[in-house]
Design a binder for this molecule. Sequence first.
Ligand code: NAD
Length: 313
Amino acid sequence: DYRSVGFIGLGAMGKPMAGHLAEVLPKECTIWVYDILEYSLHEFCSKYAERSKKAASAKEVAENCEIILTMLPESAHVRDAYLDPRTGICASPSSLANKLIIDHSTIDTATSSLIAFHITSISPSTSFYDAPVSGGVNGAISGTLAIFLGCAPTDPQLPRLMSLLSTFAAQIIPCGAPTYGLAAKLSNNYLSGIIAIAASEAFTMGMKAGLDPRVLARVYAASTAQNAVVDRFCPVPGVWHEAPSSRGYRDGFGVELMRKDFALAGEMAQRVGAQNVLGEVGRAIYEEAERDEACSGLDSRVVLRLLGGDERW
Ligand code: NAD
């Protein structure tokens, strides 16, 4: 039942997500897109020429669409796209009435709250949701992302959200209340990033003792150490051919993003009064990886290189 859907941020994740909307939504629905990179806009609008429209700003997307989705790198970009007084989504309050706005970016909960507060104060009928995703670029391409929604399971908009987001998601989990989607995502990435470090050390130890990493991966999978990082994103190249490590750690979840999420998780732990002992260690390791020439720009599981495990493999 949508005539117009807008997507802002056509990066590694946003481009395939918007692509699913363009491929799945009825032809009568126009997909408005905006990105600060002209190249990304041009590429998308050439591919979906018949049904997409290139906007000149986030404001123009908001003015023309009933539903607006954003997928931006960090809090500063999200603030810019929503709150810039000339070009942002909130720049023309009267156009926002009754609209549904969904932010898929992984950012801090305070920025998300600020934006939600701003939107409801200028346009009380507008609904805003935090909806960070998991599953990486592969999940975005295959349309099988997991989405953590900042809303109650009884939210009246949930059926509408489910029907739209299932275009690119296999699992949609209402996390309870606004910002809880982000809190869940940061908690998840903290755990996943720590497992990648622990797995790198565990593999290194086993490999230095003479074991083949493929045998070690089978042992973990059959035992109490079974986990999704080793099963799907194994830090050691060649264990699983679809893991980023097996293609030179390219096209995965970058060390820069993991460093950002560890910083956000650290802030969250401090704010809610939770321990962050391993989080501090993890943050230092991902910061080091970002500075290290052999790791920067690559999938975060490249920390194996820092921890000494890729001598033979
Ligand atoms: P990306 O850097 O590839 O893409 C971001 C896009 O936003 C770029 O095209 C950029 O030009 C655009 N942009 C920046 N500021 C803008 C603005 N003000 N207005 C319009 N466009 C703007 O990032 P990504 O990998 O797609 O990640 C996006 C978010 O998703 C991040 O918060 C990240 O943590 C999260 N995420 C990423 C992955 C992954 O594997 N890449 C997985 C899960 C979640």
